[in-house]
Design a protein around this ligand. Structure first.
Ligand SMILES: O=C(O)CCC(=O)C(=O)O
Ligand SMILES: [Fe+2]
Length: 282
């Protein structure tokens, strides 16, 4: 196996690996898992993997999530279909920087996403390294946010396009979740900046006198939250991946955000994803 970094910050392509082999090969699986912790997103091309093997590979990391909105594949329960058809409106909710499912008590550990069909050009996906984003924060900001907690809601993002009744039903099932603004990676111990498009507000901003933020003489919680959310937008923390059919991305959802670029005209874009259940951020 060859490991080819795609940037200096995040993401590596694995060349010469058949992901289906890792379903039964413990050594190979552990190597891939280690590389994932190190690089945060792994990419592979030309993976002619069956849907059951796609699911079986993802299952090696843990149980798979269900998705409240997307249908799972009839051939492979646990595999969620993200299909974009030419007759659908272009706007979709994945084109915002986000960490999957932070509106849940336990956001996903990670995802294994395969491209089935994609536009000839456009429709890339981008990821950002949120451990690096944390590390690069000014010391004063790090001190300011160390014990902050924040509220996360699906309503602040994709629910905007949902009919009200569906939204209320989902809200009953998934009330808002509260997470630390800086989480600790349960496996690597890294500190991670953990706010994204689902984050609505801080829940304990008032408990400590906050230091001055930027040029603003009267700093507000919202300014700080916008600033922190904006760290994912910095290109030095990002990688951008160009899809082809049978390309696969595996990401650590605990330490990254991603953004599905919506720059292509009406066409088919078919992705299939298996999301792995994560633990409670601390
Ligand atoms: O379609 C993509 O490229 C990624 C969409 C997304 O945000 C996800 O699968 O979590
Ligand atoms: Fe996502």
């Amino acid at each position: 196996m060859r490991v080819e970094p795609l940037t200096c910050s995040i993401g590596a392509e694995l060349v010469g690996v058949n992901l289906a082999d890792a379903v039964h090969d413990d050594g190979l699986f552990n190597e891939i898992k280690g590389l994932l912790l190190q690089n945060k997103v792994l990419f592979l091309r030309d993976q002619d993997i069956s849907r059951p093997d796609h699911v079986a590979f993802a299952r090696r990391f843990g149980a798979l999530e269900d998705h409240p909105m997307a249908p799972t594949h009839p051939e492979a329960p646990g595999l969620v279909q993200i299909y974009k058809r030419p007759d659908q409106p272009i706007d979709r909710y994945e084109n915002a920087w986000h960490t999957d499912g932070t509106w849940r008590e336990t956001p996903a550990l990670g995802c294994v996403l395969r491209c089935v069909e994609c536009p000839p050009v456009g429709g890339d996906t981008m990821w950002a390294n949120m451990a690096l984003a944390y590390e690069k924060l000014p010391q004063a900001i790090k001190q300011q946010i160390e014990d902050l907690r924040a509220n996360h809601s699906f309503e602040s993002s994709f629910a905007a396009a949902m009919p009200l009744e569906q939204r209320l039903a989902m809200k009953a099932q998934y009330p808002d979740a509260e997470h630390p603004v800086v989480r600790t990676h349960p496996e690597t111990g890294e500190k991670i900046l953990f706010v994204n498009a689902f984050t609505t507000h801080f829940t304990n901003y008032h408990t400590k006198e906050r230091v001055r933020f930027g040029q603003d003489a009267n700093p507000g919680a919202n300014d700080l939250l916008r600033y922190l959310i904006g760290q994912a937008y910095i290109p030095e923390y990002q990688v951008r991946w160009r899809w082809k059919p049978n390309s696969i991305a595996i990401w650590d959802n605990r330490s990254t955000q991603h953004y599905a670029v919506m720059d292509y005209p009406a066409c088919h874009r078919k992705m299939e994803r298996a999301a792995i259940v994560g633990d409670k951020p601390f």
